[in-house]
Design a protein around this ligand. Structure first.
Ligand code: KG4
Ligand code: ZN
Length: 335
């Protein structure tokens, strides 16, 4: 079964062609970050315009790389939500148009479902059930994943997402957007114990996250440093100490979830899972606790069309998908 996956929920216009749910024939990602960087953050209106320009060339490139034409496709999978409404609409409308014109069934996919399955794009993947910690620019959530299509939310952020915290701290420190990858690089040259930033553990049994207090602590530190006239800001140490605080909470809560659900497999996913320190700590502390730890290679952690094609594949297998053009996008996670 040949599935075209289309993703346009945030900053990336992406398309991929997946054969039989396991062989990736093409995987094209067009990122808008250079444009958003000029404005210091994502600009929704610009995002949808850029998706509109990029979507057709990106899909055509994916088909070309896969060496196929539309007629070869068995289905189209497209991100339906959550994400930016205007951006999602570009992908969904494009998918509907192609579906109608070329008579190929299409199916809507939840973006989180894609992230949850992204680990299966690598050879080293877990068996069901597993615990997944999904940390991205829009979400920081813990799921129990029982099958390709059934998963349950165990915890989520009450304020900022982990990636959002990285991006806001990056902006505060005058770093390039998005802050996550830059902070990750700078942190490698700093001391993670230099500054003691807070960890929000919340209630004893809570698997929720809160990162806004940490962000405020970094703001206060930078402010105090200026007020006290302490000279050059220790940017690398701030990055390392901030990163340590985020990693600590993500890893610890993931492990708690695994213990509580009595599950031995844990998966990291979402853009922040590209963070090397997070990957290293998850493996180290997971091993200590006797857990098997899995994570997609970094390119499948950030948004891509392959994970959407994969999630769509499972829906087509179950007989979902078709020609109902009434489908709409949704901006928020269904609870
Ligand atoms: O999953 P993703 O590509 O898009 C969303 O669905 O949000 O995640 C993007 C987020 C951004 O906030 C970015 O700063 C963060 O992932 N990110 C990282 C790293 N690479 C990307 N955060 C920390 N370290 C990284 N290496
Ligand atoms: Zn994402």
């Amino acid at each position: 079964m040949l599935i075209l996956g289309i993703e346009s929920s945030c900053d990336e216009t992406a398309a991929a062609v997946l054969a039989d749910g396991e062989r990736l024939l093409a995987d094209v990602v067009h990122t808008q970050v250079a444009t958003h960087a000029k404005y210091g953050g994502g600009v929704p209106e610009l995002a949808s315009r850029m998706h509109l320009e990029a979507i057709q060339p990106v899909v055509e490139e994916a088909l070309r790389l896969a060496g196929i034409t539309l007629a070869d496709l068995d289905g189209i999978a497209v991100t339906q939500g959550p994400g930016l409404i205007g951006s999602l609409l570009v992908g969904l409308s494009f998918a509907k148009a192609v579906s109608y014109a070329a008579h190929i069934p299409y199916v809507g996919v939840d973006h989180m479902n894609g992230h949850l399955l992204s680990v299966f794009l690598d050879r080293h993947h877990p068996a069901f059930p597993y615990i997944a910690v999904v940390a991205s620019g829009g979400h920081s959530s813990i799921f129990r994943v029982d099958s390709a299509k059934s998963y349950r939310l165990l915890g989520r952020t009450r304020d900022d997402a982990a990636g959002e915290a990285f991006d806001k701290v990056g902006k505060l420190l005058g770093l390039e957007y998005p802050g996550g990858p830059v902070i990750g690089r700078l942190a490698a040259t700093g001391n993670g114990d230099a500054i003691s930033f807070p960890r929000a553990w919340l209630e004893q049994d809570s698997l929720d996250f809160s990162f806004s207090g940490l962000k405020t602590a970094v703001v206060n530190f930078v402010h105090q440093h200026a007020v006290n006239g302490q000279g050059v800001l220790p940017v690398a140490d701030i990055c390392a100490s901030f990163q340590e605080a985020v990693v600590d909470v993500l890893v610890e809560k993931g492990i708690r979830a695994a213990k509580r659900e009595k599950i031995g497999e844990i998966v990291l996913a979402g853009g922040v899972a590209a963070n090397l320190r997070l990957r290293e700590e998850m493996v180290r502390r997971g091993k200590e606790q006797g857990l098997n730890v899995y994570m997609p290679q970094p390119r499948y952690c950030t948004d891509n069309g392959a994970m959407i094609a994969l999630a769509g594949y499972h829906r087509f297998l179950d007989g979902e998908g078709g020609y109902d053009y009434e489908m709409d996008v949704y901006s928020r996670v269904a609870i």
